[in-house]
Design a binder for this molecule. Structure first.
Ligand SMILES: *Cc1c(COP(=O)(O)O)cnc(C)c1O
Length: 405
């Protein structure tokens, strides 16, 4: 076998289909979100404004987060020094887990390396260890949930995205004696739509099914204390498992599940992806705790973000640029053509110092290629005007159609 030749051919296919990923090489500026220095392929540098970060509130640059990380680094050093079971449990992990349990009004929480690992480990463990369990998964679920469910090897039923009736039908078709787990998200990242949580929970309860809710794009952002859509709707106590990340609105890194004491202890005791992996560095745990605490009491970032989201939508409407309507903080500007989407993104970066990554197939369906824009509280009105003017010029250059005002 010509291994090198094989890799090369496969990569050529990706490039031919326009699916080859090229990363923007960035150096973020401490305390100056959303600004960054960009290194291009020839080593040239330029200053850019980031418009597609999942550090939704700029908490990765917040003084509370940074000071907590520095202090923990000075107290505890770099790494955790082991798996949680073998010397790696640092007091900062314990404090963070208490903070997370409290945030979601749950008895306990368990910290994992990332949101991806949390979904993968928790779902594969729960589904495979609960005798006879079957999983009911929303068709738009994130790859980490899909992989976790796949790894459990239990029967999986897909229900139509956010379609409560379809979920009810699929649950009704299953054997009433079978233990059921319903997996879904609150805010879906690409369309920015929000699940009908109350109705989904009604259906879960009707069929005595466990509910597993990925709140990755909602924690820190929704609810009076940043507890997510489940907190905003006052429904957290009815959700069996709330899963989240510390890497998006909380601005650091790590993932978790929050649930009953027994369920969390069960995942802690049986999940391979938790047990056999080095614990997160104490400084990360300290930074995440500070960030969560800050967003529990401060609403300013959320309010300012919503203002900027609303302003961006208004400015896009004013010049007729199509964007997908939703109730979240995610503004998908619809291009509808893979090449033009990439072209606009490239020119935004090269000529305007604006960085928005193009989102093409297979992340989204063909014909719905888009620029996924995430306004933050720190983008200024001048930043907004610059972005919208740049988009307007490129829209004309690409002869893309506009809505008639
Ligand atoms: C990003 C993401 C994850 C993974 O979280 P990380 O902490 O980035 O690993 C899980 N679920 C959804 C819906 C996501 O978008």
């Amino acid at each position: 076998m010509d291994f090198e030749g094989f890799f090369k051919t496969e990569l050529e296919h990706l490039k031919d289909n326009g699916n080859y990923r090229v990363f923007a090489d960035l150096e973020r500026h401490r305390g100056d979100f959303p600004k960054a220095t960009r290194y291009d392929a020839s080593g040239q540098i330029s200053e850019v404004t980031v418009w597609c970060s999942n550090d939704y509130l700029g908490m990765g640059q917040h003084p509370d987060t940074l000071n907590a990380m520095k202090e923990a680094l000075d107290r505890c050093g770099a790494g955790a020094g082991g798996t949680r079971n073998i010397s790696g449990t640092n007091h900062y992990h314990v404090l963070l887990e208490n903070e997370l349990a409290e945030l979601h009004g749950k008895q306990a929480a368990l910290l994992l390396t990332s949101g991806y690992v949390a979904n993968w480990a928790a779902l594969s463990t729960l589904a495979s260890k609960i005798p006879g369990c079957e999983v009911f998964s929303d068709t738009d679920n994130h790859a980490s949930m899909i992989e976790g469910i796949r790894h459990s090897k239990v029967p999986k039923h897909l229900w139509k995205h956010n379609d409560v009736e379809d979920l009810d039908r699929k649950l009704s078709d299953a054997d009433p004696s079978v233990p059921k787990l319903v997996a879904f998200e609150s805010v879906y990242s690409m369309d920015g739509d929000i699940c009908p949580l109350d109705e989904i929970l009604d259906v879960c309860e009707k069929h005595n099914a466990m509910s597993y809710l990925d709140e990755v794009h909602a924690v820190g952002l929704y609810g009076p204390r940043g507890g997510g859509i489940s907190e905003q709707e006052g429904l957290a106590d009815r959700v069996t498992v709330i899963q989240g990340t510390l890497g998006k609105a909380f601005g650091v890194m790590g993932g978790y599940v929050a649930a009953s004491e027994n369920l969390v202890d069960f995942v802690r005791s049986f999940a391979s992806g938790f047990i056999f992996s080095t614990a997160l560095p104490p400084a990360l745990a300290a930074g995440a705790t500070a960030s969560i605490k800050h967003l529990k009491s401060s609403d300013m970032e959320r309010m300012r973000q919503r203002r900027n989201v609303r302003l961006l939508r208004e400015k896009l409407d004013a010049i007729g640029l199509p964007h997908m309507d939703n109730d979240s903080h995610i503004v998908p500007v619809m291009v509808g053509d893979a090449k033009k989407c990439k072209f606009i993104s490239d020119l935004l970066l090269e000529n305007y110092g604006v960085y928005v990554q193009p989102i093409n197939y297979p992340t989204v369906p063909k014909g719905t290629e888009r620029l996924r824009i995430t306004p933050s509280p720190m983008h200024t009105d001048a930043d907004l005007d610059h972005l919208v003017n740049a988009l307007s010029e490129l829209w004309s250059q690409c002869a893309l159609s506009r809505a008639v005002a």
